[in-house]
Design a protein around this ligand. Structure first.
Ligand code: HMH
Length: 205
């Protein structure tokens, strides 16, 4: 049960979803170099995350297609939105991945070949981290409110609930040994999410 993972690893999850980077967006004190680093690196992350999502769809039971196909449609628009935001800020998206982004995307690729319940758990955790992280600080200052809304809006929150339901369902029929793998992947997601915020926050420009 995914709720139990959140309780058991609450400190880890707290660090994944509460970070000075997000507080800085809320207060409007984040520096442009920090925010732009996050934006560029997150675009590079989302490109690889799109491939991961396609892998999850490929491994999913047909009853789960509807939700996952909805996610893939949304990510088509999201990738274009990232390109638009980068253009507005004069950012070059042909950048190199920083070490944490590289590490996270390599993990994504490795999770794409794990049993479906493990993939479904990773997908849920990745989306929940942003859904909670961008909402927890409270109303954000412009221009960051647009970013907070992308992952904090009610439609996205509902999508994450659907992912939770599907991942829970997949756990019920998982063979022995799969649940510990899913738990380990959940903990990796939490650590990598924290490191990703820290990567951008540490940017000195
Ligand atoms: C690092 N985690 C990271 N980036 C994202 N865009 C999401 C989660 C949500 O898709």
């Amino acid at each position: 049960m995914l709720k139990r993972l959140l309780q058991k690893h609450d400190r880890l999850w707290n660090d994944a979803t509460r970070h000075p980077f997000l507080e800085g967006c809320q207060a409007g004190t984040i520096r442009p170099e920090q925010f732009n680093t996050w934006l560029t690196q997150d675009y590079l992350f989302v490109v690889e995350f799109t491939r991961f999502l396609a892998n999850v769809l490929a491994a999913a039971p047909v009853a789960h297609f509807d939700v996952l196909l909805g996610g893939l449609v949304a990510i088509k628009e999201e990738l274009n939105w990232f390109r638009e935001k980068a253009r507005e800020r004069g950012l070059n998206l042909e950048a190199e991945k920083q070490a944490t982004c590289e590490e996270y995307t390599q993990y994504l690729a490795s999770w794409g070949v794990k049993p479906y319940p493990v993939q479904a758990t990773a997908l849920w955790a990745i989306e929940l981290a942003y859904n909670q992280g961008w909402q927890l600080p409270g109303q954000m200052t412009a221009p960051y409110d647009e970013f907070a809304d992308r992952w904090g809006n009610p439609g996205f929150t509902e999508y994450v609930k659907c992912l939770e339901r599907q991942a829970n369902e997949s756990w019920q029929t998982a063979s022995e040994g799969v649940q510990p793998q899913a738990e380990a992947v959940f903990c990796e997601v939490a650590r990598l999410e924290r490191d990703f915020w820290q990567m951008a926050f540490s940017e000195t420009g």
